[in-house]
Design a protein around this ligand. Structure first.
Ligand SMILES: Nc1nc2c(ncn2[C@@H]2O[C@H](COP(=O)(O)OP(=O)(O)O)[C@@H](O)[C@H]2O)c(=O)[nH]1
Ligand SMILES: [Mg+2]
Length: 401
């Protein structure tokens, strides 16, 4: 029972907020951004209702420029980079370092607690198991997943007869990896998109401040590095800073950003972004959305509208609805995942800010509890601080291997 008290206490402590967006940008930066497009707003209701749409994506010059000379900027004259996703799929030393560094705080926390849990014990007995239970609960792994882990350890100890506490880390590493593998999470290739779905449409959802825009910037960078042509859509039209922030990422990564004026219908931005990507023969289009909606009905209505409008351009869009969760909010990330999954068809998860927290255990819990795969993890604010989630490498890193 003590466990559930801990669980409930933690839940109550955590509030449904992440840090607010902080963008620093200069006028020069904004002016220099040739990739950003301002277009006249289009009523999404109109788009959704009209079967024959006057704004046929291929015929209209969807992408223009806001620079002085009005040169179209999205028809990049440079040679298309060769796709190299396959060759990048191995887990390089650099990536291992980024992962190890990103998980440092979580590792320190978990290790200190495990050391404490086995202090003065030479074998894994019931006391140690009780202590371990508390370690995982307080590391934000979640109650259900913690009980699963303890059960596995218990069985293993019973089977192997004598298991010393010195072997505990190896045992935990093994069992947690195995548990996540049992959950049927398919292994992810690095930043590849299916050839037959072109452009591959990713719609990014999640509450304010979890890291959606930052994750989109990093994704754009990685997809581009892997040889894909990328377009971004700034469909978070509620906050003044939001589209500028995406613009800055577009500029940094050198990919076009489709945007409208603030306050316009997000669905029309999504429509234009997908239409533009299609017209340009882009490989991936990533749509940023607003996270300010606070109830499921409003959220569902808006996301449904965005999807309906995109489907006028590409009937099977969006291919991926990526829910971004802030890992540093621990149990609250669980709650958000539950709510979003109930409200809309999420089919991929990204967990951010693992670098700034000791609550990285949440990735194990979420990966175990949801049928939807954790696809990406955020390990810092830099362009290359996003990784495809590889459960085995993740657990190994967590246990210092
Ligand atoms: N340390 C760290 N910060 C992150 C990460 N992802 C996002 N952030 C920061 O979190 C804040 C909110 O991110 P933002 O992308 O604006 O969130 P949004 O409101 O969901 O679009 C920004 O200050 C980001 O730099 C991450 O993986 N690690
Ligand atoms: Mg944002």
């Amino acid at each position: 029972m003590a466990l559930f008290n801990i669980f409930n206490r933690k839940k109550n402590e955590e509030q449904n907020v992440g840090p607010q967006v902080q963008t620093t940008h200069t006028d020069d930066e904004r002016q220099a951004n040739e990739n950003t497009v301002e277009q006249a707003p289009v009523k999404a209701e109109q788009l959704a209702e009209e079967q024959t749409d006057a704004r046929e994506p291929v015929e209209q010059p969807v992408v223009t420029t806001d620079s002085q000379d009005s040169q179209p900027v999205t028809e990049t004259p440079t040679e298309e980079p060769k796709k190299k996703g396959f060759f990048r799929s191995f887990f390089s030393r650099e990536k291992k370092e980024t992962l190890d560094q990103g998980l440092e705080k979580t590792k320190q926390g978990v290790f200190a607690k495990i050391a404490h849990a086995v202090a003065g014990k030479s074998t894994i007995d019931d006391d140690v198991l009780d202590n371990l239970e508390e370690v995982f609960i307080t590391s934000d792994v979640g109650v259900d997943t913690t009980l699963k882990i303890i059960d596995r350890i218990q069985k293993r100890v019973a089977k192997d007869k004598y298991v010393g506490t010195s072997e505990l880390n190896d045992l935990l590493c093994d069992e947690i990896t195995q548990m996540l593998a049992d959950n049927n999470n398919v292994g992810m290739e690095d930043f590849t998109v299916p050839d037959e779905k072109k452009p591959y449409v990713i719609m990014v959802v999640g509450v304010n401040g979890v890291g959606k825009t930052t994750t989109i910037g990093k994704l754009a960078y990685q997809f581009k590095q892997a040889g894909n042509k990328v377009v971004l859509g700034a469909a978070d039209t509620y906050r003044a800073a939001a589209d500028e922030q995406l613009e800055i990422w577009g500029q940094r990564v050198d990919v076009p950003v489709i945007k409208h004026k603030m306050g316009t219908d997000p669905a029309s931005v999504a429509f234009d972004a997908v239409a533009s990507a299609k017209a340009q023969n882009a490989d991936v289009v990533i749509i940023d959305t607003a996270g300010r909606l606070h109830n499921n009905v409003g959220l569902m209505r808006e996301l449904t509208k965005i999807k309906d409008v995109m489907r006028k351009v590409l009937p099977d869009a969006p291919h991926e609805v990526l829910l971004v969760l802030d890992g540093s909010t621990g149990q609250n990330a669980f709650e958000q995942a539950k709510q979003f999954v109930a409200a809309t068809e999420v089919n991929a998860l990204a967990i951010t800010k693992l670098d700034g927290t000791a609550k990285g255990g949440v990735v194990i819990g979420i990966s175990d509890q949801f049928q939807i795969p954790v696809k990406y993890i955020g390990l810092g604010e830099g362009m290359d601080h996003l990784q495809v989630f590889r459960r085995e490498e993740f657990v190994r890193s967590l246990f210092g291997k």
